[in-house]
Design a protein. Structure first.
Length: 312
């Protein structure tokens, strides 16, 4: 199976009451872990690349790793997506470089300017066989080049979504309903709660249209504990409750982004092995365990949170 767009994925997910996992990739081990888990569970997946990942691993290396993953997992649909494209040129570069999907994040600009920038990306991407995700509202938190303070964050306004989708021609829409980037999403002692009232109102305004949740890692406490017990310092790392993500997946949310949870699993594996075996210096010794952790995270998300197992 060749690389696919998310169009058919999202149509099936919307109708079936589940979501597709969009997992960020940075190196070979992460690509292997994600695609092996998805292949074994017969689940469609989205491999997404941030600006930071492109700087770290190089566009060509990442696309070739994804090509290898497709060869190794020929029976599941795989989309390659740009996460948080900052401008038209980055999106164009990824479309020209073989990505099947790109996100243009112009949410920091005024509404009309967001429409103008997004429309330009949509026109180029559609002309070259790719699809586009955009964003309305601003998520708080830090992830690679995205850094939005709590003060600057804002919920998506349902009154704007129909006009935005109609004028831009965008294929999916990322909204802000209380998720947040990074591993420190909420303050200790608070009860994380997504704004399902906003989500359901948006569903009414654009029925049948695929919605995306960014910043949806749940920050598994078992990995936080392992990291902290082995030299780490992740105090008060708190994520989105998984039962709320499962509820979102049953609605119009067709794509849920997961990055921090993969990083936590990977880092926990490395720290634990290095602490227990200070004589190890072969990267394969600790990266094998780290990769297995990431695979476990992805398998759990597919089966118990996204509901996408068996949907390939």
């Amino acid at each position: 199976m060749a690389l696919v767009t998310t169009t058919e994925m999202f149509k099936k997910a919307y109708e079936g009451g589940y979501a597709i996992g969009a997992f960020n990739v940075n190196n070979m081990e992460i690509v292997q872990a994600i695609t092996e888990a998805a292949g074994e569970l017969n689940s469609p997946i989205i491999l997404q690349v941030s600006a930071g990942a492109r700087k770290y691993a190089n566009h060509t290396y990442l696309t070739k790793l994804v090509e290898a993953a497709i060869i190794e997992n020929p029976n599941i649909p795989i989309a390659l997506h740009l996460d948080h494209g900052a401008d038209f040129e980055i999106c164009k570069s990824c479309v020209d470089g073989g990505f099947s999907s790109v996100m243009i994040d112009a949410s920091k600009y005024p509404f009309e300017e967001n429409i103008e920038i997004t429309k330009k990306v949509v026109e180029y991407a559609h002309a070259h066989g790719a699809v586009v995700e955009a964003e309305l509202g601003k998520l708080a938190g830090i992830e690679d080049d995205v850094n939005v303070s709590d003060e600057d964050s804002s919920y998506t306004q349902p009154d704007e979504v129909e006009e935005f989708v109609t004028k831009t021609g965008v294929d999916s829409l990322a909204i802000a309903i209380g998720t947040s980037h990074g591993a420190f999403k909420f303050k200790p002692g608070t009860k994380p709660q997504l704004r399902f009232d906003i989500l359901h109102e948006i569903e009414k305004r654009i029925p049948g249209f695929p919605i995306v949740l960014h910043g949806a890692s749940s920050v598994p406490q078992e990995y936080v504990k392992i990291i902290n017990e082995n030299g780490g310092a992740l105090k008060d790392a708190i994520g989105v409750p998984e039962e709320q993500l499962r509820e979102a997946a049953r609605s119009a949310v067709c794509k849920i982004n997961i990055d921090s949870d993969l990083r936590l699993g990977l880092t926990a594996g490395i720290r634990q092995v290095m602490q227990e075996h200070p004589d190890y210096f072969d990267p394969r010794q600790y990266l094998t365990v780290a990769r297995a952790n990431v695979k476990d995270v992805v398998a759990h998300k597919i089966k118990d949170v996204l509901g996408s197992a068996g949907k390939a």
